[in-house]
Design a binder for this molecule. Structure first.
Ligand SMILES: NC(=O)C1=CN([C@@H]2O[C@H](COP(=O)(O)OP(=O)(O)OC[C@H]3O[C@@H](n4cnc5c(N)ncnc54)[C@H](O)[C@@H]3O)[C@@H](O)[C@H]2O)C=CC1
Ligand SMILES: CC(=O)[C@H](N)C(=O)O
Length: 343
């Protein structure tokens, strides 16, 4: 099977690898669509993200969906022909975190495209059947693949308890910020503000329904939020840029008693925060790591037309053109590139 392998930073090679056989509890999936995530681009450019280092050739891609072509002997809830979205992190199912239901925090999780685990830029993937979610007719496999970043958005909104009538401020209008926008709307937020430093990203966010966009290179965010909220501040702030100034700004723009959800990964682990302000204003600060139990919700939201994920796709490329696709994905105005296979 054709497989794109990152052999060194900025170099994919196409290899012919043996097609896997599904284990007894697995489905074999012919991959149809795979999104290019910011983390894929980071591994492509730098060969590492923090402590995760690409030491051996690695298959990237963790936003994937495709068609079941074979099922393992114990699998009863899938059959060949089903179209499925693959949840990319499979936990050990036995540790304390898994047992308390926080399977996304499992320290032995096998997460696609995170060294040393291969991902989905390949023709076939064998994957545990219970981490493959059937897509209804109305949901495309491209949408199925984008259940992954949508899941990050859903989980962030759940962490922030976003509710009906809330004003939500999202810092960073990349794919994650835009998926938080979709999830926040679905959760009932009536006012959504997005920030960025790239004008085109903000124009796009506005087209996708942001009520207010703020270019933080030109406009004072505190003043803009104060004006929009009559001096109260945002109910929930979701940080989705990873930029240090943006992380710091979250506690200035959240309302007293509001919630800050940190999603963006800062390049430096330590970001100075005014703790007295947090205490005085009773701000809840939550980390948000990937997601748990979001795929069913993501598929339902797509099937009901409550969210749009396909609209963030800028371009689709074939597996053979993956090097070009990654170079294109690195352009600052591009939101989402997709790789299509087996079509
Ligand atoms: N916690 C988690 O589970 C996950 C975290 N992430 C992280 O979330 C962040 C967002 O992911 P993507 O949307 O894929 O990244 P991205 O890099 O495509 O988007 C980030 C956006 O933030 C903007 N930005 C940069 N500086 C800014 C500033 N000072 N204020 C406002 N906006 C600013 C950029 O122009 C860009 O549009 C990244 O740090 C990524 O690593 C991504 C997936 C899961
Ligand atoms: C941090 C990322 O972008 C990636 N999606 C991951 O969950 O590891």
């Amino acid at each position: 099977m054709r497989t794109a392998v990152l052999v060194e930073p900025t170099e994919f090679e196409l290899e012919d690898r043996p097609r896997p056989s599904p284990g007894p509890d697995d489905v074999l999936v012919a991959v149809r669509d795979v999104g290019i995530c910011g983390s894929d681009v980071h591994y492509y450019e730098h060969g590492r993200i923090g402590d995760y280092v690409v030491e051996d050739p690695l298959v990237l891609g963790h936003e994937s969906a495709g068609e079941v072509v074979e099922v393992g002997e114990n699998v009863t809830d899938h059959e060949p022909g089903d179209r499925v979205a693959l949840e990319p992190g499979v936990p050990c199912r036995r540790c304390a975190h898994c047992k308390r239901g926080d399977y996304h925090l499992c320290e032995s999780v096998r997460f696609m495209a995170t060294p040393p685990h291969d991902g989905a830029f390949t023709e076939y993937v064998s994957w545990p059947a219970d981490f493959a979610y059937t897509l209804p007719e109305s949901v495309s496999t491209a949408e199925g693949a984008l259940c992954e970043p949508l899941s990050v958005g859903i989980h962030a909104c759940r962490r922030g308890s976003v509710g009906t009538g809330d004003t939500v401020l999202i810092t960073g209008a990349g794919p994650i910020g835009l998926m938080v926008l979709e999830a926040a709307r679905a959760a009932g937020a009536t006012d959504v503000i997005l920030t960025d430093v790239v004008e085109e990203k903000l124009e796009f966010a506005e087209k996708r329904g942001a009520d207010l966009t703020v270019d933080v290179t030109e406009t004072d965010l505190d003043a803009a939020v104060a004006e929009y909220t009559d001096g109260v501040g945002a109910d929930v702030v979701v940080e989705a840029s990873g930029a240090e100034p943006s992380i710091k700004s979250t506690i200035d723009v959240v309302r007293r008693g509001g919630t800050v959800v940190l999603v963006g990964l800062a390049s430096e682990a330590e970001v100075p925060i005014d703790v007295l302000e947090l205490i005085d204003n009773e701000v809840d600060v939550h980390g948000s790591f990937r997601y748990k139990n979001t795929y069913d919700a993501a598929v339902d939201l797509l099937a009901d037309g409550e969210v749009d994920v396909e609209g963030i796709i800028d371009f689709e490329s074939e597996l053979e053109d993956i090097n070009d696709a990654f170079r294109r994905a690195m352009e600052p105005t591009v939101v989402k590139g997709m790789i299509s296979l087996n079509s």
